[in-house]
Design a protein around this ligand. Structure first.
Ligand code: AMP
Ligand code: MG
Length: 299
């Protein structure tokens, strides 16, 4: 388990004005880590990730059996920050029956015929399940804020795009998440914080390695050109929507072993904090089970 002190450091306090420069993208965010050295910290992180995989599988079984809560994991990040890898590595070992991943791309014509939250609402996890949003309704205050012309396609009524438009979207998002939480969903939001240099390195890897070519799209480079605008949009969104009920975590993402271990740890501890229990069977059911056992034994 990772120390609470460290997790507290990366959780955005409600109402805090986020400046991403204050959050580390690397591994040496704590003096003890620097002292221990990268190899030792990396080794320890791998051990924690392994333990957490087992813990997460147990937590998921309990979530499924108790059938009261669900977990929504929201992943947002610049391109190449490692969202897909997180899903693959952290979720290994989960029972696919109780886990679902939804990836959101540009909205379809049908999506655009509805309010902006509609397509996400339809995919929230049912009780007992873990749902992962690979991108989410936050795109509607990120990519759409960086490229406001995208809003034209949403055909909002006249006058609805005026002052305070984005603040109202943040408010809608906070209310939506509050609604989910009040109905039994645990909402965990992770922003993968990668440096501009590391993104360049990963893009180059994708361009140099034929097996990774499929991962690169020319649009990724265009969007990189809006790095500062995205940073500002992320800072605004994180500041406005990290709430008591649905906090944001700023996950250092320049090293995959760091982001994977941190996220797995937060997941396990957050599900543990629900203090779930296996459902107790009633006296009547217990009697029926005893009877069934007897019958089988007498066959
Ligand atoms: P990828 O996840 O790399 O396959 O890319 C999906 C693309 O869809 C990204 O460029 C996102 O910014 C874009 N996208 C996702 N959600 C929205 C949205 N609500 N509005 C506009 N673009 C979106
Ligand atoms: Mg992409």
């Amino acid at each position: 388990m990772i120390k609470k002190k460290l997790i507290d450091k990366i959780r955005v306090a409600p109402g805090k004005k986020v400046n991403l420069k204050d959050f580390d993208t690397g591994w040496a965010s704590v003096p003890e880590f620097k002292e221990a050295g990268k190899d030792a910290v990396k080794q320890k992180a791998a051990e924690i990730l392994e333990e957490n995989r087992e813990e997460l599988a147990k937590a998921q079984e309990l979530l499924w059996a108790s059938d009261i809560h669900s977990v929504l994991v929201v992943l947002q990040a610049p391109d190449a920050a490692g969202k897909d890898g997180i899903i693959k590595h952290v979720m290994t070992g989960l029972n696919p029956q109780g886990c679902e991943v939804h990836s959101f791309k540009q909205p379809t014509a049908e999506d655009l015929d509805h309010n902006f939250l509609w397509r996400y609402m339809r995919q929230v996890p049912e009780r007992g399940r873990i749902g992962i949003f690979n991108r989410s309704y936050y795109e509607d205050v990120l990519v759409v804020k960086v490229h406001p012309e995208m809003l034209d396609a949403a055909r909002l009524p006249p006058g609805k795009r005026g002052d305070g438009f984005w603040e109202k979207r943040y408010e809608d998002i906070n209310n939506f998440e509050h609604h989910l939480v009040r109905n039994g969903t645990l909402v965990l939001k992770f922003f993968l914080h990668i440096s501009k240099d590391e993104q360049k390195k990963r893009f180059l890897e994708r361009l140099e390695n034929p097996d990774k070519h499929w991962k690169f799209s020319a649009a990724d480079l265009t969007e990189r050109g809006f790095w500062d605008e995205y940073t500002k949009a992320f800072e605004d969104a994180l500041s406005a929507t990290s709430t008591k009920w649905a906090p944001w975590y700023v996950i250092p993402a320049d090293h995959k072993w760091v982001s994977r271990t941190l996220i797995s740890d937060i997941l396990v501890n957050s599900i543990d904090s629900l203090e779930l229990e296996f459902p107790k069977v009633s006296e009547q059911k217990l009697a029926a089970l005893t009877e069934a056992k007897k019958q089988l034994e007498q066959e």
